[in-house]
Design a protein around this ligand. Structure first.
Ligand code: CA
Ligand code: CA
Length: 182
């Protein structure tokens, strides 16, 4: 009887050991997989193909279009924020990259908004007021649409063929977006 129990325990130990070994091998085969038990932002963040421009790291949201809120949610879900633009250099680097990528004719959301106070734009991602400005001529114009919606979210848009300048656009507009690692 005791011998049979010993055999059973030995079998159980071997079975457990091989299961652990197989699990370990599965994790090795999938280095980007996020373990359910140790899911953290840092574990998932580095799986995104980030773009380094100057001191900043971005992710271009160019595979689907989304309204400002959903774009913001997507960035946050991946440990980032919608991009904020603090200087001409940042603006130029981003513009050049988007143009070189062949998407200079598209619209891109940033984190800029004047939803808190009409006419006073700030960067939602870091709470800072806008200091450097790069508006298209006549913008921001807070255009009012037939459905009553006005323009409160800041996009990059080559409106006049003069490069990716800024425009206030309705936040419900679905377009590409730029996430930024902070
Ligand atoms: Ca507005
Ligand atoms: Ca506008």
């Amino acid at each position: 009887m005791a011998k049979r129990e010993m055999t059973f325990l030995l079998f159980l130990a071997l079975f457990t050991a091989s299961f652990v070994a197989i699990s370990g091998r599965l994790n090795d085969d999938c280095p980007n997989c996020v373990d359910e038990q140790s899911s953290t932002l840092s574990a998932s963040r580095w799986t995104m193909p980030l773009l380094k421009l100057g001191e900043k790291r971005y992710y271009l949201g160019i595979f689907f279009k989304a309204n400002w809120y959903r774009a913001s949610q997507y960035c946050r879900y991946h440990g980032m924020h919608l991009a904020s633009i603090a200087s001409q250099e940042e603006n130029d680097r981003l513009e050049k990259h988007i143009k070189d990528f062949g998407l200079g004719h598209e619209h891109f959301w940033t984190s800029g908004t004047d939803q808190a106070e009409e006419g006073t734009f700030f960067w939602m991602a870091n709470g800072r007021p806008i200091t450097f400005e790069n508006w298209n001529v006549g913008e921001p114009n807070n255009f009012r649409y037939e459905n009553g919606e006005e323009e409160h979210c800041l996009e990059l848009w080559n409106r006049d063929g003069k490069g990716l300048k800024w425009n206030d656009s309705p936040c419900s507009f679905e377009t590409f977006f730029v996430c930024e690692v902070q």
